[in-house]
Design a protein around this ligand. Structure first.
Ligand code: RFL
Ligand code: PHB
Length: 389
């Protein structure tokens, strides 16, 4: 089979790109290892920056997110009993949208058939070939049959563990990485949120985050050592810990309920440079990972797709190969700023095992500064709503 663009991975990055290319009449195929149901069962991001919402609007797929998403004009940092509200709407004139990654993916998936976007689910043994040449191709097996797709270019949207990044010779790339000594234990429950805005809490027992998906569905996280096993955390133990770490005001408003989902996710900062090798582009988690503090991962995937789709349209429709050559530098400039923000918010809001009294005083001093300085709050707010693309 022949196409113009072979896209590996049908997460938000792959589906967004597929739709943007189809809207320009560009031929593409999305190849996904999992089933569609499995992709939708992964509970992940919840906070969308305007770049993500704007891409959905460009596709005319924003009706449900506008109707059901929650517009948030602020969020809170908690430290013991103190709550610091960052009024992002006042400080930046912008807001974020609370709308689950699962729902955004569902909207993209539902529109694929009607818009002629071909997505192959259940593709095993996906492998990239000849990415250095003008005739790259992808092979996979589906229902036991070997398949091959020849393309002008391949785009790796296959997440951190996918084959695309690994197809680039080690000598052609550089990895920057930091692995954190804890993970986030998340719980999703059909209960009203304890607060109308997010609360990120740094408590002496550890980090906690109160988030939500809707007025009746809450998402909470606590940090735990990487040695913890989810089996050892029954629902009550999680709710008890949240009540302590989020502080007395939030605790008084927590409604407990059975977990619809709970899991532990490790935290990592990771960047692979460059984000292009020959006729392979990397987008989203395939190229970079941020710790979830600050909610940047999905939004970075969206900004990569903004740059990559423009470059692909520039090349395949207007013959501008320079657009492809410029993709990596453009995308990385924004990636590194989001990496910095996610890392610094993680540093500020978590207790690291190696930290002593000095590091703790640094956290308290920084939170004091943020609480008292509009300039400091504005710097946080403009990163939270998303830096310009
Ligand atoms: P995805 O979503 O991982 O999709 C990659 C797709 O590639 C498929 N794949 C393969 N396909 C074919 N062959 C193979 N060999 C393949 N291997 C993998 C996978 O099955 C999958 O369908 O990457 P993408 O599209 O780049 O999107 C990135 C986002 O999913 C990710 O950055 C966010 O979820 C991160 N994240 C958050 N981001 C935000 O912007 N806001 C948030 O509030 C937020 N919260 C979070 C998060 C991530 C979390 N976890 C679990 C890591 C909260 C958590 C807990
Ligand atoms: C979420 O709702 O899942 C969420 C919100 C904010 C974050 C991370 C995750 O920083």
């Amino acid at each position: 089979m022949k196409t113009e663009v072979a896209i590996i991975g049908a997460g938000p990055a792959g589906l967004l790109l597929g739709h943007l290319l189809r809207a320009e009449g560009i031929d593409c195929v999305v190849i996904e290892r999992q089933t569609g149901d499995h992709v939708l069962s992964r509970i992940r991001a919840g906070v969308l920056e305007s770049i993500t919402v704007e891409l959905m609007a460009r596709l005319g797929l924003d009706a449900r997110m506008r109707a059901e998403g929650l517009v948030h004009g602020g969020f809170n940092l908690a430290d013991g009993e103190r709550l610091i509200r960052i009024d992002v709407a006042e400080l930046t004139g912008q807001t974020v949208l609370v709308y689950g990654q699962t729902e955004l993916t569902r909207d993209l998936m539902d529109a694929a058939g009607p818009r002629g976007l071909e997505v192959v689910y259940g593709a095993d043994d996906v492998a990239l070939h000849a990415i250095d040449s003008d005739a790259p191709y992808v092979t996979y097996t589906c229902k036991g049959r070997a398949r091959r797709i020849d393309a002008a270019i391949v785009v790796g949207c296959d997440g951190f563990h996918g084959p695309s990044r690994r197809a680039i010779p080690a000598s052609a790339g550089r990895v920057f990485e930091r692995v954190y000594p804890f993970g986030w234990l998340g719980i999703l429950a059909d209960v009203p949120p304890c607060n109308h805005e997010l609360i990120y809490a740094n408590h002496e027992r550890g980090f906690a985050l109160a988030s939500m998906r809707s007025p009746t569905r809450s998402r909470y996280y606590i940090d735990v050592p990487l040695t913890e096993r989810i089996e050892d955390w029954d629902d009550d133990r999680i709710w008890d810990e949240l009540a302590v770490r989020l502080g007395p005001d939030a605790a008084a408003h927590i409604t407990r309920g059975p977990a619809l989902e709970k899991s532990i996710a490790p935290l990592r900062s990771f960047v692979f440079e460059p984000m292009r090798h020959g006729n392979l582009l990397l987008c989203g988690d395939a190229a970079h990972i941020v710790p979830p503090t600050g909610a940047k991962g999905l939004n970075l995937a969206a900004s990569d797709i903004h740059y990559a789709s423009a470059a692909l349209i520039g090349w395949l429709r207007h013959g501008d190969r320079d657009a492809i050559a410029a993709y990596s530098d453009k995308a990385l400039a924004r990636v590194w700023k989001s990496e910095r923000f996610s890392w610094s918010l993680t540093r500020l809001m978590h207790r690291f095992p190696e930290d002593g009294a000095f590091e703790r005083r640094m956290q308290v001093a920084e939170l004091d500064y943020i609480a008292s300085s509009e300039a400091a709050q504005r710097a946080i707010a403009e990163n939270y709503v998303g830096l310009p693309v």
